[in-house]
Design a protein around this ligand. Sequence first.
Ligand code: NAP
Length: 270
Amino acid sequence: MSGARRGDDTGPHNRPAAVVTGGSRGIGRGIVLALAGAGYDVVVNYASNADAAAEVGRAVAALGGRAHLVRADVSRPADRRQLIDEATAAFGRLDLLVSNAGVAPDVRADLLEAGEESFDRLVDINLKGPYFLIQLAARTMIEQQAAGLTERPKIVVISSISAYTASVNRGDYCVTKAGLAMTTQLYATRLAEHGINVYEIRPGVIETDMTGPVRARYDDLIFNQGLTPIRRWGQPEDVGRAVVAVATDLLPFSTGQVIDVDGGFHLRTL
Ligand code: NAP
């Protein structure tokens, strides 16, 4: 049966364990709370905002779950290693990696003006970091399967509608998200023989700190101009529920699958 068991077991290593990068705020926070509600122990990774991470830790405890907070920059190889090592030490098993951490460009710059510094920063955090963190997590999962610690671990990549939507004032961001789409396909193909399914979740416009600076513009697009058939902002828990669905093996014969959590943004209409 399913490897990622629901959390009705109480022994120290009997509950499934997840790592969520960027779990301290926004979409990552929603994913962490949804997983805690489904019985997972969760490693909450963050970059620098320790207060936000601590708040998520308390929220997990209030749900009866266990959280382990790890400050690690996913763009740094040593930090990625530390994250996986700490996760294993904390909970003894790794059933799920959710690669969620990501950043927007500090300044939205036109494609003909944008500089390399922002491009390099976004590639390092949004693409190269996840690419190699997934590699590390997959190796760990395969080892743990051999040791009988986990059965059918899973990997979830949080990309974006920007994987296929051209925004010429943040080309760097779009390129990293398109790269994540191929990252998902690559790992899904490679890891199928190990029984590790890999999913790409593509959020649309979600209400978080990241979209705070463009809130008024998106309000207009959603509520007045019909940007999405479902006329509301997406919420972090919308993404959290999708993660729980795949984590708990509700799509066992699907891998490399793209799951749109976007209020229907991807639909073509006439
Ligand atoms: P957010 O509110 O800005 O939160 C970002 C999270 O990522 C924070 O927990 C932050 O940690 C962490 N983080 C940033 N850089 C990191 C690094 N180098 N290493 C580790 N953690 C890092 O963003 P969000 O809106 O929740 O977005 C989460 C993901 O969803 C991103 O990949 C984003 O591209 C994607 N997404 C967002 C939307 C949207 O509309 N919001 C839509 C589609 C896709 P600190 O708290 O320490 O800063």
